[in-house]
Design a protein around this ligand. Structure first.
Ligand code: B12
Ligand code: SF4
Length: 592
């Protein structure tokens, strides 16, 4: 089999997670991943599709998933057997600072002549520091790297030097590739400007057929699974926007952050019709819900209405994420077009002042009206998210948030409507680099424990999520953030049980997990407070490893609470027919 031109590799958050004893806590409770963040960036699929479309073979390898699925999986042996022209590793989310650098280092030792390319939001933010690691050859900056990546792979395919001599033709060529950070033969780092910032997303495709074709081509299903429970719950995603117009203080994907670090001054959108047709394509592939990533209102009400009209008659579940409560006319159109939809809104706090300080300036009244309207018009479920660790938020305020959810649920119960689902979780493990709060911590009431990439890499090896947290606020220190998280989670869990949102048995199981996690936190704190040598401390921590592993999943809630009832799983018959068609087309193209 022809070896690929590029292997895109996704590392676990901490490379040695199977050996280390780390109480990760509720860091990933609100996303489909486990705490090792096995989900690869959705951009892997758009990059792979774009390169394949231009004749370059691309393979995705979810190394994190392999290591998670099989405790005896020998990652180093697996990596040593790979053959390719180049490796691409994501350092998109900062929690991968340890794993991604470690995997790059292993690859460099095993395959010294194969270049290693980094990309993603964190790689972009920390590009100067990242380039200094010897295992890193290239970094592609920015939020849209499909085109520059193609240019770079073309350079390598045509025999271009990885680290060219000063003034050579290859040196001059690399200097023209947009967004690229590269090194010359002397090891000097060159930083090309981020000049590739597309204004629309019409040329992008999340290609699940391509993904299935690669599963067959490389006989490697595990590598393409985006998160652990995906085969049971094969949720898919469609991208409504790149960039954002909002200025949420703790977000590394805010308008300010995009302008300062990604050279993006305006968000990019697909046309509303393209977004609708992306979703219809996904409908054939999987019966599970499709999540629309990004608020469809960002580009204006007209855009959102056009998109919903284009989706008329859609029958499978769609999950919409809104950054502010949608208007009634929008909800009306949504209900006319889609039979089965769920709304998600991150309200962050019940306190309007705290929410405003965070960057979201709607009132509780606006939100409550929206909930009423949505249910009246036929919305299937309304998920409300709250966060611990934000500006101006005290321990007391977090507890009041939980009480607020009780009052909302009481009102819903009077309306005989139990489909409102509240969630609360901490901002963890990290405050996003590039966010306003990270850039000006004092101004926003934050104290940072880590600033550099290396500091974050090391923090990830700390024994519990309290010590991994890269921040605290002037309103809550790290201990209070942890205490508020567990207490709020315990109270909210009880409320959900009382209101019948989750079965009582599940509520009891979650309550036990929370109590167990709290106890373990205390044990770890005690070990950390003792005057021990590093070796003694490690020994004590390792003795907790089995207990820690049992406490590492679903702390603040059961992950299945986030799932939306689905009409079935992957449509294997349809997926197979698409792959065969695709393969036949490919063959026809290649035959003389
Ligand atoms: C959608 C989204 C999600 C989805 C992810 C879907 C997915 N599989 O990618 C969900 C909701 C699951 C999610 C989860 C998380 N997210 Co998020 N997410 C976003 C959001 C809103 C949009 C990102 C997006 O859609 N991009 C478009 C896709 C197509 O492109 P892409 O995947 O980014 O890939 C492109 C580039 O980044 C780059 N690239 C990426 N990887 C690589 C690798 C190589 C080799 C190369 C060359 C290029 C490259 O090129 C790609 C193609 O152009 C951003 C905020 C924003 N406004 O952007 C936050 C954001 C990226 N998320 C963030 C965070 C912190 C998280 C979590 C860690 C939160 C948590 N604690 O649970 C988790 C991590 C999940 C995991 N790995 O398991 C932060 C990241 C800050 C940072 N620097 O670390 C952001 C910026 C803001 C935020 N706080 O939400 N997220
Ligand atoms: S958190 Fe705020 S700034 Fe960040 S992507 Fe969401 S709406 Fe935009």
């Amino acid at each position: 089999m022809r070896s690929p031109d590029l292997i895109l590799l996704h590392a676990p958050s901490v490379y040695d997670f199977r050996k280390e004893s780390i109480l990760y806590g509720p860091v990933s409770d609100m996303v489909p991943s486990t705490p090792i963040f096995e989900m690869y960036p959705i951009g892997f699929t758009t990059m792979a599709e774009y390169l394949e479309r231009h004749g370059m073979r691309t393979r995705i390898i979810n190394l994190a998933m392999h290591m998670l699925q099989d405790r005896d999986f020998d990652a180093e042996r697996f990596l040593s057997r790979l053959d390719t022209l180049a490796f691409g590793i994501d350092l998109h989310w900062l929690p991968h600072a340890h794993g991604s650098l470690e995997v790059a280092s292993i690859l460099k030792k095993q395959h010294p002549s194969i270049p290693v390319i980094f990309g993603g939001f964190s790689a972009t933010y920390f590009h100067r520091e990242l380039a200094l690691y010897p295992q890193v050859d290239y970094i592609l900056r920015g939020d849209s790297t499909e085109f520059p990546l193609k240019l770079l792979i073309e350079h390598l395919k045509t025999g271009g030097h990885v680290r060219p001599a000063l003034g050579s033709a290859d040196f001059r060529h690399l200097a023209t590739i947009p967004n690229l950070v590269w090194k010359d033969r002397e090891g000097d780092v060159h930083i090309n400007p981020i000049s590739h910032v597309p204004e629309t997303l019409d040329d992008l495709l999340i290609d699940y057929v391509g993904v299935m074709r690669s599963v067959v081509r490389y006989r490697d299903l595990v590598s393409y699974i985006p998160f652990k429970s995906w085969l049971r719950y094969p949720a898919t995603a469609a991208i409504a926007v790149r960039g954002c117009q909002n200025h949420c203080v703790t977000c590394g994907g805010s308008a300010n952050s995009f302008a300062a670090f990604f050279n993006r001054t305006q968000p990019a959108y697909p046309s509303p019709e393209k977004l609708a047709s992306d979703i219809r394509r996904l409908e054939k592939f999987s019966h599970a819900p499709v999540m629309v990533l990004g608020d469809i209102q960002l580009s204006g009400q007209d855009y959102a209405l056009r998109f919903l009209e284009a989706l008329a008659g859609y029958r499978k579940p769609v999950i919409f994420e809104f950054f502010r409560p949608p208007s009634r006319p929008l909800l009306e159109q949504m209900s006319r077009s889609i039979k089965n939809y769920v709304i998600e809104i991150s309200m962050e706090s019940h306190d309007e002042q705290v929410r405003k300080a965070f960057g979201r300036a709607y009132t509780n009244g606006d939100l409550e009206r929206c909930i009423e309207d949505a249910f009246e018009l036929g919305c299937q479920r309304f998920d409300l998210f709250f966060m611990v660790g934000i500006k101006q938020q005290t321990y007391q305020s977090v507890m009041e948030t939980v009480e607020y959810t009780r009052s909302l649920l009481a009102r819903q119960e009077r309306n005989h409507n139990p489909r409102l689902l509240p969630f609360i979780s901490p901002m963890a493990p990290f405050l996003d680099p590039g966010s306003l709060a990270f850039e000006q911590p004092e101004k926003h009431g934050y104290r940072l424990f880590c600033r550099t990439l290396e500091e974050h890499r090391q923090a990830l090896l700390a024994p519990s999520w309290k010590y991994v947290l890269n921040y605290e606020t002037v309103w809550m220190n790290r201990d209070q953030i942890v205490a508020a998280t567990y207490e709020a989670a315990a109270r909210l869990n009880q409320i959900k049980g009382e209101y019948g949102l989750i079965p009582l048995r599940d509520a009891e199981a979650t309550a036990c997990r929370i109590a167990f996690a709290r106890q373990l936190m205390d044990q770890i704190d005690e070990i950390m407070s003792k005057n021990l040598t590093q070796e003694q401390r490690q020994r004590h921590l390792r003795a907790l490893k089995d207990s820690v592993e049992n406490a590492n999943l679903g702390t603040v809630c059961d992950k299945r609470e986030l799932e939306v009832p689905q009409l079935g799983g992957i449509n294997w018959l349809h997926a197979t027919s698409l792959i065969v068609n695709d393969w036949l087309k490919d063959r026809k193209r290649l035959l003389p």
